[in-house]
Design a protein around this ligand. Structure first.
Ligand SMILES: Nc1ncnc2c1ncn2[C@@H]1O[C@H](COP(=O)(O)OP(=O)(O)OP(=O)(O)O)[C@@H](O)[C@H]1O
Ligand SMILES: [Mg+2]
Length: 450
């Protein structure tokens, strides 16, 4: 029982693990992938802006080398206008030259800038280090991001003579990225739905596997039952047949009365088996009749004790039943009550080697509990878990020589529950067992009010 529970818990934990892990892995990998693509995209654009700036720088260097500053400014301005016409992503393009210890804008796509001083750090940095500087800037909340690339223009001696600054908008790239992300998330959502459906299916498979396991267990119990029932039928029949043939052949090893008694007991055993089988089929078809009335438990159980005296004495087992006087009556069918306690006392003697079988009552406001306890072989927790299943019999060295069909407890449990009661068990292997039957009182005590 505990084993099965822990197996079920493992299966559940595994399924929950799948439900959490798989979608988390898919979401995580998608986010990581898109962020990678985005930063690669940014880097690629920066590289392109750098390249464009360098190519543009060559034309600027030519213009500065071959003509006067004013003429060069005009040539560069027309180069800038031309470039912007062909590349609308270029937001701004300017060329600055050193002027005293500052920089002056020579030509720019912004008509306000030529002739003005250029104080940008990027320009100063690119000039002083003679290398390109690129920075990613966002013009404002929700506005497009831009790469600002400042590239030094080198003179014939390899020294910087000017700085080109280009601002490239990432607007188109960001739009493209956003639409790719949207598509990715839609695909991700679809994948998640598919995964969840598959996982739900997986749960159903787990359920089917559990059902299949239960079915197999029941089949196994039925097989066991058939072999037990066959044995239970055959054993008394061969004893009866043996004694009858001895009587017929007039070979009398015992007194005829003793032989008849043995044969009679065996027919009793057969009768019990047939009764059990009929009870099972009646319960299963809902045909059991209950004549519910007021049952005086000591008056019902007391006389039954005599039936067990011989059996108990044979095994040197003590039988103790000392009911209190004025025990409240219970609401039940007297015949079923007899069957219930016959079965429990029979089991208590049958599954004990020695010791004492006790029957005790405990009264509560609404019910009477009757405990049948023994000091017998007891049961493991796993055996206790299956005890009330149809056809179940504990299989171990202690029980292998004890006859039975595994129906008794199942039958009485159905009776007890149909009469509004409960049956519970406590047992310890090798120490003993107690079955407690709770039946409702005919007149429950009114709750006490202070
Ligand atoms: N008092 C007990 N002590 C130890 N084991 C018990 C006790 N009562 C029942 N069992 C275990 O529970 C199993 C089921 O009991 P149940 O009375 O249903 O069937 P049975 O005694 O095997 O056959 P029958 O149908 O003839 O009563 C038994 O086979 C036995 O293993
Ligand atoms: Mg029994």
């Amino acid at each position: 029982m505990r084993l099965r529970l822990s197996q079920q818990a493992t299966e559940l934990a595994y399924s929950v693990f799948l439900v959490v892990l798989i979608p988390a892995a898919v979401i995580g990998s998608t986010l990581w992938l898109t962020s990678q693509v985005k930063s690669n995209f940014d880097l690629e654009l920066r590289r392109k802006a750098n390249l464009a700036n360098e190519v543009f720088g060559v034309s600027v260097a030519n213009a500065l080398r071959t003509s006067s500053t004013d003429q060069a400014a005009q040539t560069i301005q027309s180069l800038i206008d031309e470039s912007r016409r062909h590349a609308p992503d270029i937001e701004q393009l300017s060329v600055a030259v050193p002027d005293a210890d500052k920089f002056k804008t020579l030509a720019s796509s912004d008509p306000a800038k030529p002739g003005r001083s250029d104080e940008s750090i990027q320009t100063q940095f690119a000039y002083s280090r003679a290398q390109s500087v690129a920075s990613l800037i966002a013009s404002g909340e929700g506005e497009s991001r831009q790469w600002l690339v400042a590239t030094p223009v080198l003179g014939p001696d390899g020294q910087p003579i000017a700085v080109t600054s280009m601002r490239v908008s990432l607007h188109a790239a960001d739009e493209l990225m956003a639409s790719t992300l949207r598509t990715t998330f839609i695909v991700l959502a679809v994948i998640l739905v598919v995964i969840i459906l598959l996982l739900l299916n997986h749960f159903r498979f787990v359920e089917y596997a559990e059902l299949f396991r239960k079915q197999k267990e029941l089949d196994q119990m039925k097989d066991d039952f058939i072999s037990i029932a066959t044995h239970e039928l055959k054993a008394p029949m061969s004893v009866i047949k043996g004694y009858l043939s001895m009587i017929l052949e007039e070979k009398l090893p015992k007194a005829p009365a003793d032989m008849a008694k043995i044969a009679y007991d065996q027919t009793d055993r057969l009768g019990r088996l047939v009764t059990d089988l009929l009870d099972v089929s009646r319960i299963e078809q809902g045909r059991t009749k209950y004549n519910i009335g007021s049952v005086d438990l000591p008056a019902t159980i007391g006389p039954m004790m005599g039936n067990f005296e011989v059996k108990a004495k044979d095994k040197k087992i003590g039988l103790r039943y000392a009911p209190p006087e004025n025990l409240p009556a219970v609401k039940a069918d007297p015949d079923r009550v007899m069957e219930i306690f016959t079965n429990l006392i029979d089991n208590a003697i049958k599954y004990s080697r020695t010791g004492t079988v006790r029957i005790e009552h405990t009264v509560s406001p609404a019910a009477v509990m009757t405990a049948v306890s023994d000091t017998g072989i007891g049961m493991s927790p796993e055996e206790q878990g299956k005890l009330f299943q149809r056809f179940y019999r504990a299989k171990n060295d202690d029980t292998k020589d004890i006859a039975g069909t595994g129906l008794g407890l199942w039958i009485i449990k159905q009776y007890i529950e149909a009469m509004g009661g409960t049956i519970t068990v406590t047992s310890e292997k090798g120490k003993g067992t107690t079955f407690s039957v709770l039946l409702p009182r005919v007149t429950p005590e009114a709750p006490q009010t202070d």
